[in-house]
Design a protein around this ligand. Structure first.
Ligand SMILES: Cc1cc2nc3c(=O)[nH]c(=O)nc-3n(C[C@H](O)[C@H](O)[C@H](O)COP(=O)(O)O)c2cc1C
Length: 186
C-alpha cells in the first residue's frame, strides 16, 4: 500500500506534523510505504486556471513545479493524508494551494473526479480554539475527498487547544487515536 501524507502547517515539527507523524507510525507498523511532504516547502506556484487539465491537453498540469511532479504519484497512491492547521477560520493557505491543484482530477460536467474514487483518505485539523469550534473545516475536507472525489474516509482527527508547537504532547489520547487510525489502514 502506498501512502502520501501532506502537512499544511507553515511550522515544521508542530502539532499537525506530530499527529500526521503518529498516523504514519501506525501505518508503517504494517509495512506500508509512507512519504510525508511539508506543503510549505513544495514551491507550489498555485493554479493558473489555464484549463488545460480539464481539456485533457496535459497529463495532469501545465505548471512546472514540484506539485506537478507529485500529481502522478498521488494518482498512484492508495491513501492520502491531509493535515492542516486552522488559519483564519479555514484550512491554511498552503493546504488550499494544494487542494486547488487537485482540480486536475475534477470532472466539472458531473461534479466528480477521475482516478481518486475508491482511494482512502485521512484528515487532521489543528486549531488554537477547542476542537468543537472548527468541525466545519473537517466537513469541508470531507466534501472534497469523500463527497466529490468519492474517496473512502479512513479517519478524521480534530484537535484543539493547540498554540505552542509541542502542545499536542499533553494530549496523548489524540496521538494514540492517530496511531490507531494508521494501524487500521489496510
Ligand atoms: C496565521 C495563523 C492563523 C490562525 N488562525 C486560527 C484561527 O482562525 N482559529 C484558531 O482556532 N486557531 C488559529 N491559529 C492557531 C493554529 O491553528 C494552531 O496553533 C495550530 O496548532 C497550528 O498548527 P501547527 O502546530 O501544526 O503549526 C492560527 C495560527 C496562525 C499561525
Amino acid at each position: 500500500m502506498k501512502v502520501m501524507a501532506f502537512v499544511g502547517s507553515g511550522r515544521k515539527e508542530g502539532n499537525t506534523s506530530k499527529i500526521v507523524g503518529a498516523i504514519c507510525d501506525g501505518i508503517k507498523e504494517n509495512g506500508h510505504d509512507v512519504e510525508i511532504y511539508n506543503l510549505s516547502e513544495l514551491d507550489n506556484k498555485g493554479c493558473r486556471a489555464c484549463g488545460l487539465c480539464q481539456a485533457n491537453k496535459v497529463e495532469y498540469c501545465s505548471i512546472n513545479d514540484k506539485m506537478t511532479e507529485l500529481l502522478p504519484k498521488i494518482a498512484d497512491a492508495d491513501c492520502i493524508i491531509v493535515g492542516t492547521p486552522v488559519y483564519m477560520l479555514q484550512v491554511s493557505g498552503h493546504t488550499k494551494q494544494f487542494l486547488d491543484r487537485m482540480f486536475t482530477f475534477f470532472i466539472e460536467s458531473n461534479n466528480t473526479t477521475r482516478i481518486l474514487p475508491g482511494k482512502k483518505y485521512i484528515t487532521v485539523t489543528c486549531s488554537g480554539a477547542p476542537a468543537e469550534a472548527f468541525k466545519n473545516v473537517t466537513e469541508y475536507l470531507n466534501i472534497i475527498f469523500g463527497g466529490y472525489s468519492k474517496m473512502v474516509n479512513a479517519g478524521n482527527i480534530i484537535a484543539g487547544n493547540l498554540g505552542d508547537k509541542d502542545d499536542i504532547l499533553s494530549q496523548q489520547e489524540i496521538l494514540k487515536q492517530a496511531e490507531e487510525i494508521g494501524r487500521k489502514l489496510n
